[in-house]
Design a protein around this ligand. Structure first.
Ligand SMILES: [Zn+2]
Length: 322
């Protein structure tokens, strides 16, 4: 994983400040729960923390990782003997009880090359019930030199007893300026592209990076051109559009473009003092779209059919002097 330390992090200042004081006091805490939306930097902050905890030069300043010692290099190389990361194994649908038992055994051992044994579970809501119960045992009696970080965007899916035994850090979406700043360091695109991606991503930097890589400016232009041209005489175009945008790599982009487009329509209706009825129609259509998008990702609905139904509905509404 790439080198991270608190100095290189953008955003989440309060959480960082909390950890800095704890590290200075030499009491980093045994169990941490990082929760908040996807893609806002929970794993990045966890990585920075791991890096600092396992740096061999941290005795000079316990809140900084040097980046050059063997401890730091082993963390970035993914081979530090005192760190383990637990995630869902490819092809599986949950984190298993065996994975958690291994983690607990690992945490109970004496550190080999540092002061701590550190484990990260990402995303913890993927644990099955047995795994959750197994983790609870470790949380109840954390080994002396162990530090466990649990990441999740769905804290409600964890056992309440797991939540209550952890120090909780709540992550919020990043500000637009912070996202642009991060994009400047990770993707090589124009400033305009970065700004658009930051506007659309809803505080999720992972999404913003993906949007830049997908060429969001061009995609947005195409989307607007097409959606503005929809009318009852162009139903076949709705089908072509659905074909194009339902491709796996384009679907997340069109979902964000649709959300932003609906918001614009609602603002425009309000600004031009349209009849409440018209504003209500946009609102209900917009909610319907959000719901259907959500369901499509959860229950694996057919993306093409969902988009086709939506574009045809929009085309017909245009005809009805929407
Ligand atoms: Zn170091």
């Amino acid at each position: 994983m790439p080198f991270q330390t608190f100095e290189t992090l953008i955003g989440h200042r309060e959480i960082v400040t909390g950890f800095r004081s704890a590290l200075k006091e030499g009491k980093p805490g045994h169990s941490h729960l990082f929760h908040g939306p996807k893609g806002v930097g929970k794993a990045t902050l966890a990585t920075a923390l791991v890096q600092i905890l396992l740096c061999k030069n941290r005795r000079e300043d316990p809140t900084v990782a040097c980046g050059i010692c063997t401890g730091c290099q082993k963390v970035t190389g993914g081979q530090h003997p005192d760190f383990v990361r637990v995630e869902m194994v490819e092809g599986k649908t949950r984190i298993s009880v065996d994975q958690i038992r291994e983690l607990s055994a690992f945490l109970s051992l004496t550190p080999l090359e540092s002061d701590w044994k550190v484990a990260l579970i990402d995303d913890a809501s993927q644990m099955n019930e047995a795994a959750g119960n197994a983790l609870l045992k470790t949380l109840e009696e954390p080994p002396d030199q162990s530090i466990l970080i649990i990441n999740t965007y769905r804290p409600g899916a964890l056992l309440p007893t797991i939540r209550s035994r952890c120090n909780k850090s709540r992550f919020s979406g990043l500000e637009k300026g912070e996202i642009v700043q991060i994009l400047q360091t990770v993707v090589d695109v124009s400033e305009q592209e970065r700004q658009h991606a930051a506007d659309l991503c809803g505080g999720n930097v992972g999404q913003a990076i993906r949007l830049c890589e997908a060429g969001i400016l061009e995609e947005r232009e195409l989307f607007l051109r097409e959606i503005e041209a929809l009318n009852p005489g162009t139903l076949s175009m709705a089908v072509t559009m659905a074909d194009y945008w339902s491709q796996k790599e384009r679907f997340p982009t069109v979902c964000l473009l649709l959300k932003a487009w609906f918001q614009d329509q609602i603002y425009a209706s309000v600004e031009s003092l349209k009849e409440p009825e018209s504003i209500r129609s946009w609102l209900s259509l917009s909610q319907w779209v959000e719901e259907i998008i959500e369901r499509t990702s959860v229950v694996n609905l057919n993306r093409r059919l969902v988009l086709e139904a939506l574009f045809i509905r929009l085309a017909r509404l245009r005809g009805a002097a929407f």
